[in-house]
Design a protein around this ligand. Sequence first.
Ligand SMILES: Cc1ncc(COP(=O)(O)O)c(C=O)c1O
Length: 412
Amino acid sequence: MLLRPALPVAFSSTLPLFSHLAAVRRRCSIAATGMAGVSAASPAAAQIGSFLSKKPYAPPSWASHLALAPSHTFSLGHFPTPIHKWNLPNLPEGTEVWIKLSGNKVRKLEFLLADAVAQGADCVITVGGIQSNHCRATAVAAKYLNLDCYLILRTSKLLVDQDPGLVGNLLVERLLGAHIDLVSKEEYGKIGSVALADLLKKRLLEEGRKPYVIPVGGSNSLGTWGYIEAVRELEQQIQLSGDVQFDDIVVACGSGGTIAGLALGSKLSSLMAKVHAFSVCDDPEYFYDYVQGLIDGLQSGLDSHDIVSIQNAKGLGYAMNTAEELKFVKDIATATGIVLDPVYSGKGAYAMLKDMADNPSKWKGRKVLFVHTGGLLGLYDKVDQMSSLAGSWRRMDLEESVPRKDGTGKMF
Ligand SMILES: Cc1ncc(COP(=O)(O)O)c(C=O)c1O
């Protein structure tokens, strides 16, 4: 099976930092040292023009009984995304952890934006935190499809009347010309994301626009198809690799759509892996309810408690990190080359390893797939907190007598 770069840069927060590894991974999409590569078609064989095209959609056979099956999807990401062994330190005896570089938000947007276009929308509205990866991915995808993008971003009361700046996701959104409305956390808490989006929708309708509202994180029943489809991708990767099976799937949870699709897909497909979610905001009970609503929308007839185990990894609160969590992100990067975002996968992996240390018998001997959901632009928001942890540098020691040799890169 061929490996393609994960996603266009602005979509995939994984791509900029992982691209140096792409050559290593180009052999196959499930790769491990010593494992034979699956025969690969050349990446150049990907059809020119298939990216951004509208394609008819048929659900996997095991999901064909679900409601709201989309009829079309837009090709916005490059799939399958790679899976490889993740050599984490201090695992319980016999436990293996593998990692899938996921391309998270774009999976839901492939379905949501196909619906927006089918409904004749000329713009989209969505809502999120000030460094929302979902809002950035929506802004990019909307531009690709020639839709205007309106973002309602939540920030602190102190900052709500100020220029939000250009850090991380905001830089991409503002370069793209997304319209940004700031609200304070207090206003957001009082009014809620649904009413805020409705208010903006009403104003845009009055201006003669045709807005399409995408909920926080793209997490509604239609968006859930993005991760049902990710399970089909995973199933195919596993079938092609021959000898890799996963007992557990671990992922961070922020608005619930990712775990709803993964858990439902894992339950219905041949995967049958246990899905463990680590929530980075709100509490597990909130997410059991929310996921229940999403899978009820698909008429799955299943109980969320039976398909996913949700644990709290919120720590200090959404998008807030302890010094220990940030040191963990730094240590994992140094030890394994994998850069975790501090808001989602960083907290998820931190909580997973803590759970493995606290309950080794639960994880002993298991093959675990950790789904890295991207979000690396969020790291830029933590630069100040991370500066003391970052690697060192020095002025190169040069003696006057070093003779010049010509080569490439003559700068003057
Ligand atoms: C980088 C990243 N990872 C994980 C998540 C969580 O996914 P979900 O919102 O579907 O729970 C989000 C968004 O909330 C995200 O931006």
